[in-house]
Design a protein around this ligand. Structure first.
Ligand code: HEC
Length: 170
């Protein structure tokens, strides 16, 4: 089909993202956001943005992208800004109709949910300060990123494993 040729560049781009992130527990095949609306769409876009920030960091860790302190801090700042209450406020009670993958456990265990949302904040703060306290040497900064990235990924996983519908893709 001629039509499918048109779609190839997009397909390639999203496959690349999946491949880049595949060995990592935060890998996802994203929703079709066009089917979502309101707060669900808002949080899928929000989460996708965090996925991109995480993907940028992983590319550096894997040596697929050169270490650039400014770029790394920008990605960490995205995650920082999008942690804690920035997450919880996107989950008004009962907002998990299709196509959402949010579990009702979020509202049955709101304190636990808020705690893991805050946990991401603590983890990204500690990664930021590890990079900052490594001084101005790019090698030392990169090493700090490498040593702490798993901990940050755990902050995403802690929530997804409990409050998001299980996917084979994780
Ligand atoms: C406090 C809970 C929580 C934390 C922390 C969290 N997420 Fe999520 N995330 C969710 C939930 C719940 C969903 C499913 C939302 C839905 O389908 O309505 C989700 C969905 C996603 C999606 C799929 C979006 C889509 O289009 O389908 C991506 C990508 C994602 N998260 C990335 C991340 C990354 C990367 C991190 C860490 C930097 C992270 N998340 C941290 C709760 C969290």
């Amino acid at each position: 089909m001629f039509k499918s040729a048109k779609r190839n560049p997009l397909l390639t781009a999203s496959l690349l993202t999946v491949v880049m992130m595949a060995p990592n527990a935060v890998a996802h095949k994203d929703h079709d956001h066009s089917k979502a609306e309101g707060v669900v769409k808002e949080r899928l876009d929000f989460m996708e943005n965090m996925g991109k920030a995480m993907g940028g960091l992983m590319a550096v860790v894997r040596g697929q992208k050169d270490f650039d302190a400014e770029d790394v801090m920008a990605n960490l700042n995205v995650i920082h800004k999008q942690s804690g209450q920035a997450i919880t406020k996107l989950f008004p009670e009962g907002s998990n109709g299709a196509p959402s993958e949010a579990l009702s456990k979020i509202w049955a265990d709101w304190d636990g949910f808020a705690e893991v949302a805050g946990g991401l904040r603590t983890r990204v703060e500690s990664l930021k300060s590890a990079v900052q306290s490594a001084g101005t040497d790019a090698g030392a900064q990169k090493a700090a990123l490498q040593q702490n990235i798993r901990n940050l990924g755990g902050g995403c996983r802690n929530c997804h494993s409990e409050y998001r519908k299980k996917q084979n893709r994780d």
